[in-house]
Design a protein around this ligand. Structure first.
Ligand code: SF4
Length: 616
C-alpha cells in the first residue's frame, strides 16, 4: 500500500507514467496470495522496447495459462523514474500487482543484446536484491536469465543462479512447477539447483568453475558439482505447432516501438550466413502450418483490436507455404481493413505483387541486405545475394514506383579489404545510375540510403574465432566510405559507432571475468548503454584500460583454433566441427548451399529430428 501511495505522487512527475502502471488490456490479474510460483519477467530496457518483444508475450502467456505460476512484468525504469524511486526509497516492483521484486520467487531476465547488461545489475539494485550470486541467501529470489545472449552466459555468471538455454516455452513452466513443489518441500536452494540442472537447457553457473592460464586466458570449465552435466545442451521444441501461441496479447496504453499483432511463422534458418548467430542457435527450422498461422492471426487481431499484422521469422519468404499463406492473409486483412507488414522478404516477382497490394501508392522504402560490397566477400560470408539479383529487383521496383531504397552492409568482415568498401560505393552508384537511366521523372526524386554496421564476431558462428577490427580501423573505414559515398548524388550514409561495437564484442565473447567490468561500469553510473544519449564512452574507455582489455584481449583478438572458448560449456546443437568447416570454406571463398536443398551435417540432427532432412 505504501508503494502504491508513493507511486501516485511520483507518477505525476515522470515522463510517460503509463510505463509504470500495468492494468493494460489482456494483462493478467491472479490472486497474489495463491499457491503459485511468483515469477517476474524482467526486460532490461524501457517499457516501449520490452512490450514490442514477442518473446515476452509468449512466455507471459505460457506461464499464466498454468495454475502453478503467476507471471508479472517488470521493465527498466527510465532515468527520471529511477531518480524518483531512489529518492523515495521505492523498490522495483511488478506492474501487475505492484509487488517488490524481492518478494517474488523467481526473477527472470531476457538477454536480447549485450549492451543491456548494466541495466540488469541496476534493476537488481533497485529491487534491493543482492547483486552477486554469492551474496544472496536461501530467502532471496532465484535470479535466472534466458534469450539469445544466454548462449554465452559467462559475463553474467556471477550474478545469475540459473541460465536457460534454448526454447523456453516448455522449459520455463517446468522449472516454475518444480520450484512450487520445492518450496513446499522445505529443501535447500542447492538441492533445487541440483534437481533442475539435469534438465536440458539448464546451466547453473555455481556448478562450474572457469580455469585460466597463467596469462589469464580462459582454458576450460571445471565442474564443482558432480550432478551437473559436462556440457549443457540447449532445450529444443521439436514441433512448434504443438505448443500454444498467444492470441490474447497485452495491448499497451501508450505507443510502443512495434504496436501490432504478430505471429511467428517459423523458427530457425537454413541459409547459413556465416556471421549470423540467430541462424545457427535457433536450428533446426520448424514451421507453423499455414492454417495454424491464420487461426492465430485472426485470434490475435480479434482479441487485441490491433489494425496491423506482422509475420515474424528470420527470413519470411522461406516459409514452405509462403505464397498460399500470404494470399490467404491478404484476403483476411482486406476484409477487416488490417494492414499487413512483411519484414525480410526476398524480392522476387511474387513479393513485388504483394508489396504493390500492401503499399499501393504510398510506397515506403525497399530494403536489401547485401551485407558486403563485393561478390568475393559475399561468398566469404555465404550471403546468397548477387549484384545482378539486386539490380534486377531494383529495376522492377523503380518501374513500379518505388523512390527510395535502403541498403544494409557490415564492415570489418573477415578478409575484408578496401576494395570491398569500394564495392559498397560502386553498388550504390550503379543503383543511382539505374534510376537515372529511367529518365527525367526520376531525377532528384530517387535516393539510396547506405546503412553500415560493424562486424561483431559472435559465439556459435563460423566466425567466432575471428578478430574484430580495432576501433581506429573501423573509424578509418567509415571515413573512407563516407568520402567515397559523398561523391554520389542522391546517396546518404549512416553508420554505427565503432566503440559500441567493440564493447559489444567484449561482452559477447567475454569470459566470467567480464562480470567485474560490468559491475564496475554500473557502479560508475553506466546504464542504458544501447542508447546513444546515455552511453558513457568515457567511463567505458577508462575501465577497459583499467581492466587491461586492449586490442590483444582474447574477447576481441583472433582465437587459436585449439583454444578453449568461454562458451564451450554450452552446446547449441550445431557442432564445433561444422563451424570450423564453414570457417575454412569462408577463407577459401567457397559458398555452402542453403541446407533445405541437401543436408550438410551441421550436427543438430544428432539431438532432434530436423524437419529439413538432417540425414547426412
Ligand atoms: S541437420 Fe542438415 S538439414 Fe538440418 S539444419 Fe543441419 S544442415 Fe540443415
Amino acid at each position: 500500500m505504501h508503494l502504491e501511495r508513493e507511486l501516485e505522487t511520483i507518477l505525476l512527475r515522470v515522463e510517460k507514467p503509463a510505463r509504470y502502471i500495468g492494468g493494460e488490456w489482456n494483462s493478467i490479474r491472479k490472486d497474489p496470495a495463491g499457491a503459485y510460483t511468483r515469477f517476474a519477467f524482467c526486460f532490461p530496457d524501457r517499457y516501449e522496447i520490452g512490450m514490442s518483444y514477442m518473446g515476452l508475450q509468449i512466455l507471459y502467456h505460457h506461464l499464466n495459462r498454468t495454475d502453478h505460476t503467476y507471471c508479472e512484468r517488470v521493465f527498466a525504469p527510465a532515468a527520471d523514474m529511477e531518480e524518483e524511486m531512489r529518492k523515495a526509497e521505492l523498490p522495483l516492483y511488478t506492474l501487475e500487482t505492484k509487488t517488490p521484486l524481492s518478494q517474488m520467487d523467481i526473477v527472470g531476465f531476457t538477454l536480447q543484446y549485450e549492451l543491456s547488461y548494466t541495466n540488469i545489475i541496476n534493476m537488481l539494485d533497485l529491487a534491493k536484491i543482492p547483486i552477486r550470486r554469492d551474496e544472496r541467501n536461501e530467502t532471496d529470489p532465484l535470479i535466472i536469465a534466458g534469450g539469445p545472449c544466454a548462449f554465452n552466459p559467462e559475463p553474467l555468471a556471477d550474478f545469475l543462479d540459473v541460465v536457460l538455454i534454448g526454447d523456453g516455452e516448455a522449459l520455463l513452466p517446468e522449472i516454475c512447477e518444480k520450484h512450487r513443489l520445492w518450496k513446499q518441500s522445505g529443501r535447500s536452494k542447492q538441492s533445487f539447483l541440483e534437481e533442475i540442472c539435469l534438465l536440458p537447457g539448464v546451466y547453473v553457473p555455481a556448478f562450474y568453475k572457469p580455469v585460466y592460464s597463467e596469462n589469464g586466458h580462459y582454458l576450460r570449465h571445471e565442474k564443482r558439482n558432480e550432478r551437473a552435466p559436462d556440457r549443457v545442451m540447449k532445450a529444443i521444441l521439436p514441433d512448434i505447432n504443438e505448443v500454444s501461441f498467444p492470441t490474447d496479447t497485452i495491448v499497451p496504453f501508450i505507443e510502443i516501438v512495434h504496436d501490432r499483432a504478430a505471429v511467428e511463422i517459423f523458427r530457425g534458418c537454413s541459409r547459413g550466413c556465416r556471421f549470423c548467430q540467430a541462424g545457427m542457435i535457433y536450428r533446426p527450422v520448424r514451421e507453423r502450418t499455414k492454417e495454424r498461422i491464420r487461426d492465430l492471426a485472426v485470434g490475435q487481431l480479434r482479441s487485441s483490436g490491433q489494425d496491423e499484422l506482422s509475420l515474424l521469422s528470420l527470413s519470411t519468404s522461406d516459409h514452405s507455404q509462403f505464397e498460399e499463406l500470404v494470399t490467404a492473409l491478404l484476403e483476411d486483412c482486406r476484409k477487416q481493413q488490417i494492414s499487413l507488414s512483411l519484414p525480410s522478404l526476398r524480392l522476387d516477382n511474387f513479393s513485388f505483387q504483394v508489396l504493390e497490394e500492401i503499399q499501393g501508392v504510398r510506397k515506403s522504402g525497399l530494403t536489401f541486405a547485401p551485407e558486403a560490397g563485393t561478390q568475393r566477400l559475399r561468398d566469404v560470408i555465404n550471403k546468397n545475394l548477387t549484384e545482378p539479383e539486386i539490380l534486377s529487383a531494383l529495376d522492377q521496383a523503380i518501374d513500379l514506383g518505388w523512390r527510395s531504397v535502403k541498403l544494409y552492409f557490415m564492415i570489418g568482415l573477415p578478409t575484408e579489404t578496401d576494395e570491398d568498401l569500394d564495392g559498397i560505393a560502386d553498388l550504390a552508384g550503379r543503383i543511382m545510375d539505374l534510376a537515372r537511366k529511367k529518365g527525367e521523372k526520376y531525377q532528384g526524386r530517387f535516393n539510396v540510403s547506405v546503412s553500415v554496421s560493424n562486424f561483431v564476431p559472435k559465439p556459435f558462428t563460423p566466425f567466432m574465432w575471428c578478430a574484430q577490427d580495432t576501433v581506429s580501423e573501423f573509424d578509418r573505414k567509415h571515413l573512407y566510405l563516407k568520402e567515397r559515398l559523398k561523391k554520389i548524388k542522391g546517396v546518404s550514409y549512416r553508420y554505427h559507432d565503432s566503440f559500441t561495437s567493440h564493447l559489444e564484442t567484449v561482452m559477447a565473447r567475454g569470459d566470467r571475468k567480464i562480470g567485474a567490468l560490468l559491475y564496475a561500469a554500473w557502479q560508475k553510473g553506466c546504464r542504458f548503454d544501447a542508447w546513444t544519449e546515455y552511453f558513457r564512452s568515457d567511463i567505458w574507455k577508462s575501465l577497459l584500460e583499467e581492466f587491461g582489455i586492449g586490442r590483444d584481449h582474447p574477447s576481441v583478438s583472433e582465437i587459436p583454433a585449439d583454444a578453449g572458448l568461454a562458451w564451450d560449456v554450452i552446446d547449441c546443437g550445431v557442432s564445433k566441427e561444422f563451424f570450423r568447416r564453414e570457417y575454412d570454406a569462408a577463407l577459401r571463398g567457397s559458398v555452402t548451399e542453403d541446407c533445405r536443398y541437401g543436408c550438410i551435417d551441421c550436427g543438430i540432427s544428432a539431438h532432434t529430428c530436423c524437419p529439413l532432412g538432417g540425414v547426412y
